[in-house]
Design a protein around this ligand. Structure first.
Ligand SMILES: *Cc1c(COP(=O)(O)O)cnc(C)c1O
Length: 409
């Protein structure tokens, strides 16, 4: 038997043992959707999550949603009313952000390899470009000049540190992201001299960290770096985007980030910030912390079989929707996501089984030797923490099984 990750708080069953999501039975939701597999996103949990973040953080810090975590249009439209801005990383995401109702002035566009037509779309819309290189800055300035528009430009800084304990390091050393800190002051002076509307800094050091002290330490270093760069430039950055990094507990040894501890440390950091940042605004950009927990992936068992003494529950879902839960999205050691039998939710486990997907590859494993209550063909398996990097971060075209349904309730 291998452990699985913790079921997020707030999920319960009705008297039949059926998992409830947003107060609705899981089987009612799959009936409403017409079929499995299905991603369900609970809007009440999204609202609660944003409220919890705001309660924990200093009031002056704005909240941006990093929409690559979940670009499902109804969810974006819902989030657009809850958060202060969207961070996008492609022309397609820029369009989806604007279509969701988020004002372009509150959209920032980071990411390496922006093509000229993507730069042009952002500049014309009035979104902020988080510039990733001197070459990109030059292209943005000439596209803006050609269009007769003053571009809103921020510089993404490749910091000289990374976020300790983070699952994905995005800063420190040689990186395709951002401009090395040492080269930032000269670049910003060139932007200002060229007449651009300089928006400040974007400093993102890592993702999926659970240790509040490590996040707080990185944020303090980020504020100090922003102040050092601003002093060298001789101008106050209007906005310092501090990045994100707050992760969620996927695996059995994980515990939730202490958001209150992150918030109080950030409050102290900002209270004693250097004078050059006195009039700056601050933002954090979060993806998974805001949306992962609100999502549940429901997949139906189509076969139950044994092989060499091991029981397999074969489902109609798989890694083509849940690459991360299968352990194939940037993880080194495969571990089990939180998993349950949706129609026997909260019941004691009676057997050890492996839950696999329907793809003809040994990579397609959703639960490896997990202890679950007995489940049979037709029953529903639920995978939790499914609201981020699920449907849009998985190879839906692989093996022709098609996309999962999605539903915001
Ligand atoms: C992916 C990404 C995020 C969001 O990361 P999460 O771990 O989902 O919070 C934030 N900022 C940038 C620049 C990113 O690339």
């Amino acid at each position: 038997m291998k452990p699985h990750g913790p079921i997020p708080p707030g999920f319960a069953a009705d008297e039949d043992g059926m998992l409830l999501i947003g107060g609705d039975r899981a089987d009612t939701l799959t009936d409403m959707a017409g079929d499995t597999p299905l991603f369900v996103y609970d809007s009440a949990m999204l609202t609660a999550r944003v409220a919890a973040w705001r309660a924990a953080m200093p009031a002056e810090v704005q909240l941006h949603f990093a929409m690559k975590a979940n670009p499902y249009p109804p969810l974006l439209a819902f989030m657009a009313r809850l958060v202060d801005g969207f961070d996008v990383a492609s022309g397609g995401e820029l369009k989806a952000a604007i279509d969701s109702g988020m004002a372009a002035a509150h959209v920032s566009f980071a990411g390496p390899g922006k093509r000229d037509r993507e730069l042009e779309a952002a500049i014309i819309a009035g979104a902020t470009l988080n510039l990733e290189s001197a070459g990109e800055a030059a292209r943005a300035l000439s596209i803006a000049a050609r269009n007769g528009v003053t571009p809103r430009l921020a510089v993404r800084v490749n910091p000289d540190f990374d976020l300790k304990g983070s699952g994905m390091k995005m800063g420190g050393g040689a990186k395709p992201f951002g401009v090395d800190a040492a080269e930032v002051p000269a670049l910003v002076r060139r932007l200002i001299a060229a007449g651009a509307d300089w928006q400040g800094f974007h400093i993102f050091a890592g993702s999926q960290a659970l240790d509040a002290a490590a996040i707080a330490d990185t944020q303090a270093q980020t504020v100090a770096l922003a102040a050092r760069l601003a002093d060298e430039i001789g101008a106050t950055p209007p906005l310092v985007n501090l990045g994100g990094g707050m992760g969620v507990p996927y695996f059995s040894s994980d515990t939730a980030v202490d958001a209150a501890a992150v918030g109080s440390a950030l409050g102290e950091t900002l209270a004693v910030r250097p004078p050059v940042l006195a009039d700056s605004r601050f933002a954090m950009e979060l993806g998974r912390w805001l949306v992962a927990e609100a999502g549940v992936y429901l997949t139906r068992i189509v076969d139950r079989k044994t092989s060499h003494g091991e029981t397999f529950l074969v489902t109609d879902g798989g890694l083509h929707h849940q690459l991360a839960a299968s352990g194939n999205f940037g993880t080194v050691i495969r571990r089990n996501y939180p998993i349950a039998v949706a129609n026997a939710f909260g019941r004691d486990p009676t057997e050890t089984v492996s839950v696999v997907g329907c793809l003809c590859t040994p990579l397609d494993r959703l639960g490896d030797q997990v202890a679950l209550p007995r489940a049979d063909v037709g029953d529903l398996i639920a995978i939790f923490q499914a609201g981020a990097y699920g449907a849009s971060a998985s190879p839906a075209a692989f093996l022709g099984q098609g996309s999962a349904r999605e539903m915001l309730i």
